[in-house]
Design a protein around this ligand. Structure first.
Ligand code: ARG
Length: 576
């Protein structure tokens, strides 16, 4: 297995040096080793700065003591003490060169796996039955899938579950509406969307229909078979449609990952009983509520989590309580991640607080909302189509692929079929990359023009960088892995970037922040392009050993881009 994050390795060495020199115990992370942007310095160690106060000694003295005891001659040159007590660390060229060759042979590119793997249940996708998926579900699917891939790569057990909105009061009205309709024609989802609106309109205007709908909810919840039959039809039709979107997007959610709201229905009674016997419930306005501590509105009134409505029905909140209880108690999950928009932050905070009180979330179990911001239109306002309805997801994706096809056609010498494949990879990749490359909690504008830009931090830019390297490698013929020799500064800079792959993956995975991996990949592509400008590879006057060494660096770059993109769920087509 690879060395992992070089900064962490250096941190280990600094920690043992401190122990030897001053009998101080710190963790490798507390050694504060990080890449340096200063010219001529690769990594910097700031450990002496904080320790100075604690030990009552000048930081420079501490830094000198560490430098004296540091056993890292295999990795770095003799450290230098700078300014008030920083340690400047420079990696040895010889070590970097060996590392490059080792990494070419390592499918994980140096990344280690978690020492204590966790069982992580991750809720993502989670669209609603009988409604078209909207851009919010696009974000949940893309971000959730990237995080699942990253965590799996780090050696954790990841269990995706798609919290399909397939239960609750709207289904009374939808089923009643379905009864009146011509059921001989199958409902396509496009119709289901307008179907939903028609049902809604009737519900709002026709009191008799509304009454029948309410009764239908009761029938559904009590397991009336003819009602369930109709309900299954609605769910199946929607599920088929969601499958198509996941396929098009390359999202790894399968039908068996669906744990819809209905799945938790059989548990709700027990959940309520347990809450009641723990003394957590109160009747408020006829509804059964819990009031988790610390949640109040602006007036200072306590905020309720409604676990059972006045009419006896269960809702969204108790279902989420049951979800936590199921995944921790029944499935042994150690971590629960919910990839849901930040507008639901308070809901989840209240759910988690209640679960802690109820004993379903105990010490050592971790529950977290992996929240994301809103997708805005190009005008910076909430996305709406002209008719004022929310924008259909498939329409956006289709347009992205169509536009990508134009770009590909301009540049490519591939056959029409191959071009279509590349256009799909580019179009979908650009939408995914744009979503993943900004801090997920921020809102962003859905601007296809920018997403499909061939320059800057875009998916297309990275895909083209990789394809360009692949074409260089093809032209060069298949050279066996050569020795790497660093002669030009741009070669060394590129390699210094490439060895940061393990660090980028672990920080992106640990903080559930795919954008950190995106930033790293962009830095990799730009470092390669500087390298390629300054270091000719295929020109006639390049000596054979230099050419072989540069080809090895090019191949390592392509391996890095390809693996990195795949961890984001993005394809890296080789000929474009
Ligand atoms: N279906 C919900 C929506 O569209 C999202 C569900 C998120 N997951 C959960 N466990 N509540 O808003």
């Amino acid at each position: 297995m690879g060395i992992g994050d070089v900064a962490v390795e250096l941190g280990h060495r600094v920690a043992s040096a401190l122990k030897t020199a001053l009998d101080v115990d710190i963790t490798p992370a507390e050694a504060l080793v990080h890449p340096s942007s200063r010219a001529g310095v690769d990594y910097q160690c700031d450990v002496a700065m904080g320790l100075g106060k604690k030990l009552g000694r000048p930081p420079r003295e501490i830094a000198a003591a560490v430098a004296e005891q540091l056993k890292a001659g295999d990795l770095i040159e003799k450290p230098e003490i700078a300014g008030p007590g920083f340690l400047n660390l420079v990696l040895r060229d010889g070590w970097l060169e060996e590392q490059a060759v080792a990494l070419l042979d390592d499918a994980r590119l140096g990344a280690t796996t978690a020492e204590t793997p966790r069982r992580i249940a991750i809720d993502y996708g989670s669209p609603n039955v009988a409604k078209e998926m909207h851009v919010g579900h696009l974000r949940s699917s893309i971000i959730g899938d990237a995080i699942a891939r990253l965590l799996r790569f780090q050696g954790h057990e990841v269990i995706p579950h798609n919290h399909l909105g397939d239960w609750g009061t709207p289904f009374g009205m939808l089923i009643e509406h379905l009864l009146g309709a011509d059921t001989t024609t199958e409902y396509r989802i496009g119709d289901l969307n307008s179907f939903y609106q028609a049902a809604r309109a009737r519900f709002d205007s026709d009191p008799a229909f509304a009454e029948r709908s309410r009764k239908r909810v009761v029938l559904l919840q009590s397991g009336d078979e003819p009602t369930l039959e109709l309900w299954r039809k609605l769910v199946a039709e929607s599920t088929r449609y969601f499958e198509q979107v996941y396929d098009l997007l390359g999202i790894g959610l399968r039908p068996e990952d669906i744990y819809g709201e209905s799945f938790y229905n059989p548990f709700l009674g027990e959940v309520l009983t347990e809450l009641e016997s723990a003394g957590l419930t109160e009747i408020s306005d006829g509804a059964v509520c819990v009031f988790p501590p610390g949640f109040t509105n602006r007036e200072g009134d306590r905020l309720p989590l409604i676990v059972r409505k006045r009419d006896g029905g269960y809702g969204y909140a108790i279902t989420d309580l049951a979800t936590v209880r199921y995944w921790t108690a029944e499935r042994g999950a150690t971590d629960l991640l919910y990839v849901v928009g930040t507008p639901q932050a308070q809901h989840f905070a209240m759910v988690f607080a209640t679960c802690r009180q109820a004993g379903w979330l105990t010490e050592g179990l971790h529950a977290e909302l992996v929240g994301f911001g809103t997708i805005l239109g190009e005008d910076g306002k909430t996305m709406r189509s002209r008719a004022g309805k929310s924008v259909k997801l498939v329409d956006l994706l289709t347009e992205a692929v169509d536009r990508a096809a134009t770009i590909v056609a301009e540049r490519s010498e591939l056959s029409a079929d191959e071009q279509a494949d590349v256009a799909r990879a580019v179009g979908i990749g650009s939408v995914k990359y744009a979503d993943l490359s900004s801090d997920r909690e921020r809102d962003y504008s859905f601007d296809l023009e920018r997403m499909l830009g061939t320059e800057g931090n875009t998916g297309v830019y990275l895909q083209y960088a990789n394809a360009r390297i692949q074409s260089i490698l093809r032209k060069a013929g298949d050279a066996a892995t050569a020795e790497v020799r660093l002669i030009a500064p741009a070669e060394r800079d590129l390699l210094l970037t490439l060895i940061r792959f393990p660090a980028a993956v672990s920080s992106a995975g640990e903080t559930h922040a795919p954008h950190k991996l995106c930033t790293f990949l962009y830095e990799t592509a730009t470092a390669f392009s500087r390298f390629y400008e300054q270091c000719p590879i295929l020109k006639d006057d390049v000596p054979a050993d230099v050419r072989a060494s540069r080809l090895a660096l090019a191949r390592l770059t392509s391996n890095t881009l390809t693996l990195g993109l795949s961890l984001l769920g993005i394809e890296a087509p080789s000929p474009m």
